[in-house]
Design a protein around this ligand. Structure first.
Ligand SMILES: Nc1nc2c(ncn2[C@@H]2O[C@H](COP(=O)(O)OP(=O)(O)OP(=O)(O)O)[C@@H](O)[C@H]2O)c(=O)[nH]1
Ligand SMILES: [Mg+2]
Length: 194
C-alpha cells in the first residue's frame, strides 16, 4: 500500500461528538501503552502523526486520521490501572458508542504485547469483536523485544490463547524495527476491497 496522504482529522472525547461515518474506518485498539500510536505512525510512514507517550493512559480521546481514502481510528487505550472509576465509565460509553453508531468499520487491528498473555480486558475485546461479527486481525506488538525463536513461540502461544475467537490472522509486528508493516498493509488493503 502506498500512503499518499495521512493527516490528523479530529479527536472526540464523548460519543455524542462522533460524526456520521463517511469513509471506511480501520481501527487500532488495545490496552494502554501497547503501541497503537507507534504502529499507526509506522503504518502511515510518518514520524509524528499520532502522539506516542511515555505515560500510559494519556490518549483519552478517539482520534481520526485521514489516510488515502479511508480513516484510521486510534481508540483510547484500556486497562490502565491508575484511571478513576469516572474515567473508566467515560471510556466504556465512548467505545460502546463508537462501535454501536452503525459505522463502516472495515477492519479492527487488535494489538497485544507479544511478551504478555492477553489480559481480561483483551479477552473482552476479542469476545466483543467476535460476537458482533466485526472483522479483525491481531497484531502482536514490540517483537523487537524477542529473539527469532521466542517470537515464533509467541505466535504459536497466541494462536492457542486466541483459539475460539474470529480473528482473520495474527501478525507479529514491531514499530521500532519495522516488522510486519507490509503484512498490515496487505490486510488493510484486503479489508478495503472486500
Ligand atoms: N521496543 C518497542 N517499544 C515500542 C514499540 N512500539 C511502541 N513502543 C513504546 O511503547 C510505549 C507506548 O507506545 P504508544 O505508541 O504511545 O502506545 P499506545 O498504545 O498508543 O498508548 P496509549 O495512547 O497510552 O493507549 C512508548 O514508550 C513507545 O516508545 C515497539 O515496536 N518496540
Ligand atoms: Mg496512543
Amino acid at each position: 500500500m502506498i500512503i499518499k496522504k495521512a493527516e490528523f482529522t479530529s479527536a472526540y472525547g464523548t460519543e455524542k461528538q462522533l460524526p456520521a461515518s463517511q469513509k471506511p474506518e480501520v481501527v487500532f485498539s488495545g490496552r494502554s501503552n501497547v503501541g497503537k500510536s507507534s504502529l499507526i505512525n509506522k503504518f502511515c510512514n510518518r514520524k509524528n502523526l499520532a502522539r506516542v507517550s511515555g505515560e500510559p493512559g494519556k490518549t483519552g480521546t478517539i482520534n481520526f486520521y485521514s489516510v488515502n481514502d479511508f480513516y484510521i481510528v486510534d481508540l483510547p487505550g484500556y486497562g490502565f490501572a491508575k484511571v478513576s472509576d469516572k474515567e473508566r465509565k467515560r471510556w466504556d460509553k465512548l467505545i460502546n458508542g463508537y462501535f454501536e453508531s452503525g459505522r463502516g468499520i472495515n477492519l479492527v487491528v487488535q494489538l497485544i504485547d507479544c511478551r504478555r498473555r492477553p489480559s481480561d480486558d483483551d479477552y473482552l475485546m476479542l469476545e466483543y469483536l467476535s460476537h458482533h461479527n466485526i472483522p479483525f486481525i491481531i497484531a502482536l506488538t514490540k517483537a523487537d523485544k524477542l529473539n527469532k525463536t521466542q517470537a515464533a513461540r509467541a505466535v504459536s502461544r497466541f494462536e492457542e490463547h486466541c483459539k475460539g475467537y474470529s480473528q482473520q490472522k495474527i501478525i507479529l509486528t514491531s514499530a521500532d524495527k519495522n516488522v510486519g508493516i507490509d503484512l498490515l498493509h496487505e490486510a488493510v488493503e484486503e479489508s478495503l476491497q472486500g
